[in-house]
Write a protein that binds this ligand. Structure first.
Ligand code: C5P
Length: 213
């Protein structure tokens, strides 16, 4: 590990790893971007929380191989989509067990293929917060965690839908500006530190960043 968490010893390309990956955040900069076909062209397309595709195909595509969600943002998935979770409290794990145990599944209401659930160690969030963000903010955003996760999973990572609006607010491509406290703008997450780190990764040619409009 070197230079503020940016690795010089990144894993080497391999046929067993994902070749190309699109990490799709929920930023309003995706509106009118026409990135849909480009996003769908990747082997792996990771979306986050409720980020919808239906009705937004032209700008965000319609392929989803992985979706990162928390209990509060969990939405139904089709049978071929991986449910990825970064648990960070006991309740998250209890929720997972309850949701996917055979006796409870029928009543939980959530549709997702239990054989495609991926759970990262809670230590991963701690690692990203400490090594990549210098413990700034309360904890990393789900999007930033997903981006770092994808660097480990994939040979080539392209990032879409990251970035605040002109007022520094984390707006969405679907619907209105997030209802955040005005003094935080990016919620509990260190938005500007994450943005600077993403820029740095881009400048060092570790990731591609598509900034939209
Ligand atoms: O808002 P939500 O958490 O669902 O968005 C998913 C991720 O996309 C965030 O965790 C953040 O990393 C990223 N995002 C962003 N800029 C925005 C909105 C979201 O970078 N305007």
């Amino acid at each position: 590990m070197t230079l503020n968490g940016i690795r010089n010893d990144s894993p080497k390309p391999s046929p067993n790893r994902c070749r190309t990956c699109a990490v799709v955040g929920n930023s309003g900069n995706l509106k009118r971007s026409h990135y849909g076909p480009l996003i769908d062209f990747h082997d792996i397309v990771i979306r986050i929380n409720e980020g919808p595709t239906i009705g937004y195909e032209r700008d965000v595509g319609n392929k989803t191989t992985h979706r990162v969600m928390f209990p509060v943002s969990a939405t139904n998935l089709d049978n071929s989509t991986h449910f990825v979770m970064f648990p960070f409290k006991i309740r998250d794990l209890e929720w997972l067990i309850k949701t996917f145990s055979p006796s409870e599944n029928a009543t939980s209401g959530l549709k997702a293929n239990k054989d495609l659930v991926m759970i990262l160690s809670p230590a991963f969030m701690n690692y990203v917060h400490l090594k990549w963000l210098g413990r700034k903010g309360q904890y990393p955003s789900t999007g930033f965690l997903t981006l770092i996760f994808s660097i480990y999973m994939c040979d080539e990572v392209s990032v879409f839908g990251f970035g605040a609006d002109s007022k520094g607010m984390w707006n969405h491509y679907f619907g209105e500006v997030l209802n955040l406290h005005p003094w935080t703008k990016t919620g509990n997450h260190p938005g500007s530190v994450e943005a600077a780190k993403i820029d740095e990764l881009f400048k060092r040619k570790k990731i591609n960043v598509y900034r939209g409009w």
